[in-house]
Design a binder for this molecule. Structure first.
Ligand SMILES: [Zn+2]
Length: 472
């Protein structure tokens, strides 16, 4: 039993059978026009886990005596944001990675560096804190690339924290050969572990679902391993497969073309390709044809430098995510705004470079908002997620399945404001590691210009960064 196993079980999470949100601005979704519909003075009736009705100010709504009526005059009721890429367990690294490069990341904070250095209880509390930070920022659904799977115990701990949170976490069990632990924890061990977890009734019945994450689809896949993992995906009917996809000079790959070579794009299970940096025109066409999505994580891609040179051309098959929230924040509205203005700046520049001026904005707020809500549902091939419309799941920025997670601006997780979670988290002293150079072997490394932000001597860079070989 984990230290905080019972943390979230409290009277605050008891569901009323119905909740009426009354008299606010509703960001609803119109199924007919496939667009947002802003209703002022509107109301939303939730019954059990679904939205029963969405009403305008003139509509009469009759509700039973057991309906909880919540006045939202002067407030906005939005669908919960969908974060389609996060490594939630990494919360414990907060404040350590503000200036990391991608090489630093793999050497110090990634799954292969951290394996074995955090206990199951460490993983549990770090995962829980990350989910709660997300809820606090209005996120109700997370596609979690859960690569804390370096032992049976740490795997179960992160899943248990997700279940305990009450949030809709698509917890992606990550298959990877971990050799830093003693004994090694290899894909064959992980297959047995996955089967145990996926068939354990204790992990059913909550909004959290077990999925799969895997970064070995190509360019040089272990075909037998891929087949074994896809076999599990089908056997357990998992809702989504996540993979890191970065092209250009980066050695991650897992491109749509790689999935095509493995004949996986016709799978009935949707793929979400995290980042999609350097996505090709052909890759975009493959995503369109077979209806799979990329998850753009703007702040992460700019922070680490894999950047996002082409994804603005693939907005119809793109969702948004956060990735490594320990280097910034887990809230999705910031990411949505950042992506919106990035696309605008990119497309304005194309006009300005011709010494011309533009006449309209190339991307609307509506489009950006839908990318972080509705598109997340579409990436999962779910028409009932990420929207406020009759019949949709009642995940309303403060509720999941119609159950309160945050009320009156405060999280309902027991002990949260007394520091129980935070205090436990800071007892976990992360170990900082020397960066191994193996990851960059064979890659072409180039110098980047350092900004000078200080008048006179020095450049103001400061000491809060960790460079290759551990030098500062
Ligand atoms: Zn990632």
């Amino acid at each position: 039993m984990h230290l905080f196993f019972a943390l979230l079980v409290g009277p605050g999470l008891a569901a009323a059978s119905s909740i009426l949100f009354q008299g606010g601005t509703i960001i609803a979704f119109d199924d007919q026009t496939e667009s947002l519909q802003v209703i002022r003075g509107g109301s939303v009736l939730v019954t059990d886990d679904r939205i029963a009705s969405v009403s305008g100010p003139e509509d009469r709504i009759s509700v039973g005596n057991d309906t909880e009526v919540v006045g939202i005059t002067g407030k906005i009721l939005a669908p919960g944001q969908i974060n389609t890429h996060l490594h939630t367990w990494q919360t414990v690294f907060k404040t350590l990675g503000s200036n990391t490069s991608l090489v630093d990341y793999f050497g110090r904070y990634g799954e292969f560096a951290a394996a074995g250095l955090l206990s199951a209880d460490d993983v549990y509390i770090s995962q829980l804190a990350g989910v709660l930070e997300s809820v606090n920022g209005g996120v109700t659904k997370i596609l979690d690339h859960a690569h804390h799977t370096w032992s049976n115990e740490t795997s179960e701990a992160g899943l248990q924290a997700s279940v305990d949170s009450g949030v809709r976490v698509y917890w992606g069990y990550t298959f990877h050969n971990i050799t830093a632990t003693t004994p090694a924890f290899l894909v064959q061990d992980q297959i047995a572990n996955f089967e145990d977890l996926a068939s354990n009734p204790a992990f059913k019945g909550s909004p959290t679902e077990i999925c799969i994450a895997y970064d070995g689809f190509g360019p040089t896949p272990n075909v037998a391993e891929v087949q074994a993992i896809m076999g599990l995906a089908e056997e357990f009917n998992i809702p989504v497969i996540q993979t890191h996809s970065v092209e250009g000079p980066w050695p991650l790959q897992n491109t749509p073309e790689a999935l095509e070579r493995l004949n996986l794009l016709n799978s009935s299970i949707p793929f979400v390709l995290s980042h999609g940096s350097f996505l090709s025109a052909r890759g975009h066409q493959l995503l369109r044809t077979h209806n799979h999505y990329i998850s753009i994580t703007p702040e992460s891609e700019f922070h680490y430098g894999h950047t996002q040179p082409t994804a603005h051309l693939a907005s119809d098959q793109a969702t948004l995510g956060v990735d490594t929230h320990f280097t910034f924040s887990a809230d999705m509205l910031s990411q949505t705004r950042l992506w919106l203005q990035t696309v605008r700046a990119t497309l304005y520049k194309a006009v300005l470079d011709r010494w011309q001026i533009h006449m309209h904005s190339p991307m609307s707020v509506n489009q950006a908002f839908l990318m972080s809500t509705r598109h997340g549902g579409l990436a999962l091939r779910r028409n009932d997620l990420g929207i406020i419309a009759p019949g949709a799941k009642a995940d309303l920025a403060v509720t999941v399945d119609g159950k309160w997670l945050k009320k009156g601006g405060k999280l309902l997780a027991e002990g949260y404001y007394e520091g129980r979670i935070q205090n436990r988290l800071i007892q976990t002293s992360p170990v900082l590691y020397e960066v191994g150079e193996s990851w960059i072997n064979g890659l072409s490394v180039g110098e980047v210009l350092t900004v000078d932000s200080k008048r006179g001597e020095g450049n103001g860079y400061g000491g809060l960064f960790l460079a290759v070989n551990g030098t500062q």
